[in-house]
Design a protein around this ligand. Structure first.
Ligand code: ZN
Ligand code: ZN
Ligand code: ZN
Length: 327
């Protein structure tokens, strides 16, 4: 059973993942890890993944067989376990609990070489809808408090399989970074009586220098204080706290944003996350769901680890200009 342990100084939880227990010799530098070979996520290899949680099938084919356009399965090597009780307990001054949670894999396409930046729009729409469906379902689990949808694309961004996929982890605690963001937004709201994200959207549309792309329901922007070169946020223009309210035009905005990044940066490794409200935080005036896309073009190193400061060599205004012009 994996364990959640809380750092008593920072209030930060870590997952001690016993299932993935590794000895010193098991750690291979990323650059030397082999990719390719057999792919368990390809169509026809359904028996090599855990069974489907949901799948989209146009043609009435049976579960766990070919004929799907998207599948969601449990992670074969989960960071957290879905069965069991939390068993919150202390150990001297320390706090810990069982590593209960969900860890799912969204297999975005049956085709090995298709990516979100290159697949048909309908495929991107399926992926974004699957996120919504899974979040809605996981919210019913009383033991869980937060769900993070994220994607690692490319070895440098932490992907261990080449086949296009994303992951969903539902947690029994609200992660510190999310708490900080929600609290920050709340403080701004208490002071100004306005949502900080709504204010950002208004200003970026007006100012235009960091605006990358806009449709009727979304904007993509290079954030004013971008941590990484070409960091991009996708923000819904209508105020909602939770991703379940995503509008159907999100897929166009997401697909276009990613394909522009693909063209300008030549298929860069990247991570994205969806930040949405916690399970207990109902629709709130102060919090606004969004996508954060972070290309991995530089390495996070000592200074960043020691301070929480990021050094970004590309001004967001320049990054936005490149992405705007990459039509
Ligand atoms: Zn594959
Ligand atoms: Zn808002
Ligand atoms: Zn965020």
């Amino acid at each position: 059973m994996p364990e959640l342990r809380k750092d008593p100084i920072h209030g930060r939880w870590v997952i001690i993942s016993t299932e993935r227990s590794r000895r010193p010799s098991d750690f291979v530098p990323e650059e030397r890890k082999p990719m390719g070979g057999f792919c368990p996520l390809c169509e026809g290899n359904e028996d090599r993944t855990p069974p489907e949680i949901i799948a989209y099938r146009d043609n009435g084919t049976p579960p766990n067989s070919p004929g799907w356009t998207l599948r969601v399965v449990s992670n074969k090597f989960p960071a957290l376990r879905i069965e069991g009780d939390l068993n919150r307990e202390g150990e001297g001054i320390y706090d810990k609990m069982n590593g209960i949670g969900a860890h799912e894999v969204v297999i975005e396409t049956p085709r090995h070489h298709e990516t979100l930046a290159t697949m048909p729009l309908k495929g991107v729409a399926h992926v974004l809808t699957a996120y919504r469906d899974r979040i809605a379902d996981l919210k019913n689990d009383q033991r869980l408090r937060y769900v993070l949808v994220f994607k690692n694309h490319g070895v440098a961004a932490g992907a261990s399989l080449e086949h296009s996929h994303s992951q969903i982890i539902a947690l029994p605690i609200i992660p510190r970074r999310v708490v900080e963001e929600i609290e920050g937004a709340k403080n701004y709201f208490n002071y100004k009586d306005r949502c900080v994200f709504c204010d950002i959207i208004r200003q970026e549309i007006q100012q235009k220098s960091r605006l990358i792309l806009e449709n009727n329901a979304f904007i993509s922007v290079a954030p004013f204080a971008s941590r990484f070169p070409f960091e991009t946020w996708i923000l819904p223009k209508t105020h909602y706290s939770s991703y379940e309210h995503m509008n159907s035009s999100l897929y166009e905005q997401a697909a276009q944003t990613l394909s522009r990044m693909n063209r300008v940066l030549n298929d860069p490794p990247y991570n994205y996350v969806i930040h949405t409200s916690s399970f207990s935080g109902l629709e709130a005036e102060h919090y606004h769901w969004h996508f954060e896309i972070m290309p991995k073009l530089t390495k996070v190193a000592g200074f960043e680890w020691g301070t929480g400061f990021y050094i970004n060599p590309t001004p967001p205004e320049e990054a936005a200009e490149y992405l705007r012009e990459a039509k």
